[in-house]
Design a protein around this ligand. Structure first.
Ligand SMILES: NC(=O)c1ccc[n+]([C@@H]2O[C@H](COP(=O)([O-])OP(=O)(O)OC[C@H]3O[C@@H](n4cnc5c(N)ncnc54)[C@H](O)[C@@H]3O)[C@@H](O)[C@H]2O)c1
Length: 260
């Protein structure tokens, strides 16, 4: 029950990592505000938490629209009387996001809006609620591509995630004396439906597997475990940091698939 009495706002809670994190936070005692554009998915996530005896509310809206984001936070704060933690997790990865020459401008703009502007808008609308609570935590979901480059480019996604990481550090400094922590997580490839479908392609898997020291994808619950810790008071001296949760990918120099 390390999140007892915490009210946790989670974006993208209808998706793979968001839903696993919502479930984990609820089992740790939090009241969970499950935000997503996908109504059906987020209602399913909320129903599952309630069926397990947890506390959860669905918050439906588009995180790229400022007015909707403000309304979502107002609804969320109303539900359990305030907010203590914001997990900015929602994001997209477009099929035609590639190198800078190939990527359409529209894809760039859509990806920056969903992955970077959304985080800015959630901080803009959400931080005043944390200040009202007297303390709080912001956890932003970046990616290993905020730390290392890929020869299989997704330039808009990577630029957005680099922005998320830089923004996290600055918010951490801005609010450090006001008892609001800000932390980024940098997951490696995680077995959510989107990535599993992509990695089911033998060639895509063959090309990437040698760079995965543990030889497998992360499970969403393994990302959720880190978020629950960072959200808790056990992480009270952690701010401005970026946490890889990548099975060793960013720690690798040489990996050899033939090794035992
Ligand atoms: N899966 C991975 O391998 C991986 C690795 C590193 C980082 N990440 C990051 O983790 C986060 C979650 O990824 P996932 O794999 O669980 O994806 P997912 O597609 O399963 O879930 C993302 C959720 O975000 C929601 N969403 C997207 N745009 C939205 C918007 N504008 N407003 C409201 N909701 C919106 C979607 O409806 C979806 O439910 C993303 O930010 C992603 O970039 C994922």
């Amino acid at each position: 029950m390390r999140l007892k009495d915490k009210r946790v706002f989670i974006t993208g809670a209808g998706g793979g990592i968001g839903r696993a994190t919502a479930q984990k936070c609820a089992t740790e005692g939090a009241a969970v505000l499950c935000a997503d554009l996908n109504e059906e998915a987020v209602l399913a996530a909320v129903d599952a938490i309630r069926a397990d005896g947890g506390r959860a509310e669905a918050i439906i809206g588009d995180l790229t629209r400022a007015a909707e984001v403000e309304a979502m936070f107002a609804q969320a704060a109303e539900a359990f009387g305030g907010l203590d933690v914001i997990f900015n997790n929602a994001g997209i990865c477009a099929a035609d996001d590639a190198g800078p020459v190939e990527t359409p401008l529209a894809t760039w703009e859509q990806t920056i809006a969903a992955n970077l502007t959304s985080v800015f808008l959630c901080c803009k609308a959400g931080i005043p609620y944390l200040e009202r609570a007297g303390r709080g935590v912001i956890i932003n979901n970046a990616s290993i591509v905020a730390l290392v480059g890929s020869a299989f480019p997704q330039i808009a996604y990577t630029a957005a995630k680099g922005g998320v990481l830089a923004m996290t550090r600055e918010i951490a400094m801005t609010y450090a004396r006001r008892q609001i922590r800000a932390v980024a997580i940098c997951p490696g490839p995680t077995a959510t439906p989107l990535v599993q479908a992509f990695m089911a392609d033998d060639e895509a898997w063959r090309l990437r597997r040698p760079y995965m020291p543990m030889g497998r994808l992360a499970q969403p619950g393994e990302i959720a475990n880190l978020v629950a810790f960072l959200a808790s008071d056990e992480a009270s001296y952690i701010t401005g940091a970026a946490y890889p949760v990548d099975g060793g990918i960013t720690g690798a120099y040489v990996i050899d698939d033939r090794m035992p």
